[in-house]
Unconditional design. Structure first.
Length: 426
């Protein structure tokens, strides 16, 4: 990134802005009124205030011109994803970095950058628990990625510019201030979140936050229901391949599993296996019919006694399916899991995307320190199941939860957005 000290226009604008601040301060400073009346000569308009106003106006115009010029320089770095209906930022090697919402992207999409420039893209790295997605492009001569730096490189109080493509494909931008950063969870990862006064909103999703020299500071994504900008170091970490088996299974199938616990043995009526704790709507595990509370006891006939026994699901194979032996509510059943990873297109044959009516009961509030809070239940989550039962009334829910205890905890299945998971209460 160029040193601002060498950017003459940058210095001129900052100097003008500083002058404007001093002028405004002097104009707004309360005057000390003399007891005697002002003379006509003293109360007449003076030349100095007029010159001050003209200086202020020129300073504002210079700042506006600078950001307009910056937006033109950002044009090659921000594209519009036609079918996903959001923005993306050019990454290394012609890849595109964008936001994710826990679903697969279409098998292919088109990235648009007016005038009349578009190319095909497809997913390279996308996982249900991540707030980001990395897309590969068909562009033979892709645009160069902007320089990027982690949050620690920037000084609080400096300018920040959000840039994104609107529905028509044109570049929109908004200037504000960078106020620092903070660490907090974002869609299952610990993220460095940029703090700004940009007022980030849904239409900006997938776009970037840049500094005044055009360096990428962060990517605009969904963070647990809020629109946030996460810094580029967090984005880079999400693009690293998962290392352990459980993470690879989650990334490939939308399936989270863990070793069967003593409570699970008592609750599910099986003495060995791998417990399904979470599935993601629309991903392969969910499409196959797996649900939280299921216990996987075999993969293609081989016993599954630990999460590492699921590793065959993550290895490169020239086959279409895996056969899983699963115990649900004490009953053994077979589940066929799709080994392909292209995902399912969210549009039907008529070009219509369907959405199911919400199931279960909406949780309105969660008491602090309660078992529900410990299990990470939140207002807005939907209770789908208690044990093997799907409650039909609030009275049935209360009865089941009252009967739960430390010796016999209730296993509840809850949905939040596309995430469906199970937890013990009691």
């Amino acid at each position: 990134m160029a040193n601002p000290a060498h950017n003459r226009r940058y210095l001129l604008i900052l100097t003008a802005a500083a002058t404007a601040i001093l002028v405004v301060g002097s104009l707004l400073r309360p005057e000390k009124r003399a007891e005697a009346e002002l003379s006509p000569a003293a109360s007449a308009p003076a030349e100095v205030p007029f010159l001050q106003r003209m200086t202020l106006r020129r300073s504002v115009e210079d700042i506006a011109d600078y950001f307009s010029d910056l937006a033109r320089r950002l044009e090659p770095h921000v594209v519009r994803l036609e079918k996903a209906q959001m923005s993306a930022v050019v990454w290394d090697g012609g890849m595109l970095a964008t936001a994710a919402d826990g679903r697969h992207f279409l098998d292919q999409d088109r990235a648009l950058r007016p005038p009349q420039r578009s190319w095909r893209v497809w997913p390279e790295r996308v996982a249900p628990q991540l707030p980001t997605a990395l897309l590969e492009t068909s562009e033979e001569d892709p645009p160069r990625a902007p320089p990027r730096y982690a949050a620690g490189f920037f000084t609080a109080g400096g300018w920040a510019v959000a840039a994104w493509r609107n529905a028509g494909g044109d570049l929109d931008y908004l200037a504000g201030l960078y106020l620092g950063s903070s660490r907090r969870p974002c869609q299952g990862v610990q993220a460095t979140v940029l703090r700004t006064n940009l007022g980030l909103r849904e239409e900006m999703i997938g776009g970037g936050v840049f500094d005044v020299d055009g360096a990428l500071m962060g990517l605009i994504v969904w963070c647990d229901g809020k629109v946030e900008a996460i810094d580029v170091s967090t984005v880079e970490r999400t693009f690293e391949p998962p290392q352990i088996v459980s993470e690879r299974v989650l990334a490939r199938y939308g399936l989270r599993a863990e070793q069967l616990t003593e409570r699970g043995v008592k609750a599910f009526g099986v003495d060995y296996g791998v417990q399904v704790t979470e599935v993601w709507v629309g991903w392969e595990a969910y499409q196959a019919g797996l649900r939280p509370g299921d216990v996987i006891i075999a993969v293609d006939g081989d016993p599954a006694t630990a999460v590492t026994d699921l590793e065959p699901l993550t290895l490169p194979v020239a086959r279409e399916n895996f056969d899983l032996a699963v115990v649900r509510n004490g009953q053994k059943r077979q589940v066929r899991l799709n080994a392909r990873t292209e995902g399912q297109a969210p549009f039907g044959p008529a070009g219509v995307g369907w959405s199911q009516a919400p199931a279960g009961f909406r949780i309105e509030s969660v008491e602090a320190g309660s078992p529900a809070a410990t299990a990470d239940l939140r207002p807005g989550d939907r209770l789908l199941r208690i044990g093997a039962d799907r409650p039909e009334t609030i009275a049935e829910i209360n009865k089941a939860l009252l009967e739960a205890s430390a010796k016999k905890p209730a296993f509840v299945v809850v949905q939040r957005g596309r995430r469906v998971w199970g937890a013990f209460l009691g």
